[in-house]
Design a protein around this ligand. Structure first.
Ligand code: CO
Length: 214
């Protein structure tokens, strides 16, 4: 039997000892409450850990991860995370972070069947169709995947802005920005795609909800 998981429990004990050594009040303080400024929506890929690559500590980032960092409007899990982060925690920034070399994006570009996940990946095919002129014009396959990774992130920024959760926050003059970033597995650097949304005007008018705030 493989017991490699036991090492994780050992690592945890060593980590607790180190945290207490550095700051005896570490757990007392963190256990009181959380007030993160950031919501991170990233890929489940094991090589893109939100806190590590952003140099943030426990308590600083509220995290949601799924395959290919998607914002799917029928996903109760994502909507619940978004609602809690925006309405209760009142995060100031939402960061959608994709990554080059994303297996989900690569799978979506091909025709192979993978099972249930095909239904999830189809949303990425929709992103491809929306931008097919630009993508089909890129001859190099790797470059085409990289661009689809970027376009997928940009679409998810739009998809967040489309939600009533985000628009109600903007209508209430709550400070809330949505950013699109891509992580490069090859050099560890994050790239800002420059698609920051700060108000409903950043969205096409067809998506605008009427202000229902009293
Ligand atoms: Co990925």
């Amino acid at each position: 039997m493989n017991n490699s998981h036991l090492q994780l429990l050992e690592n945890n004990k060593a980590w607790v000892t180190l945290q207490k050594y550095n700051d005896p009040e570490y757990f007392n303080e963190l256990s009181k409450a959380q007030s993160p400024e950031y919501l991170w929506i990233g890929c489940s890929d094991s090589r893109v850990p939100a806190n590590q690559i952003t140099g943030t500590k426990s308590g600083e980032v509220f995290v949601h991860r799924n395959i290919a960092n998607m914002v799917v409007h029928s996903d109760m899990n994502m909507l619940s995370v978004l609602s809690y982060a925006v309405e209760v925690l009142k995060v100031k920034h939402i960061i959608v972070c994709g990554h080059y070399g994303c297996g989900g994006v690569m799978a979506a570009m091909g025709g192979k069947q993978y099972g249930l996940i095909d239904n999830w990946l189809r949303h990425i095919k929709d992103v491809y169709r929306l931008h097919h002129k630009e993508l089909d014009a890129i001859e190099d396959k790797d470059q085409r995947v990289r661009r689809l990774v970027e376009l997928n992130v940009i679409e998810q920024v739009h998809d967040l802005g489309k939600t009533s959760i985000v628009q109600n926050a903007w209508n209430n003059d709550q400070e809330l920005q949505i950013h699109g970033w891509v992580y490069d597995l090859n050099d560890g650097l994050l790239k800002d795609l420059g698609v920051t949304f700060k108000c409903a005007k950043d969205l096409h008018a067809v998506y605008h909800f009427e202000d229902t705030t009293p």
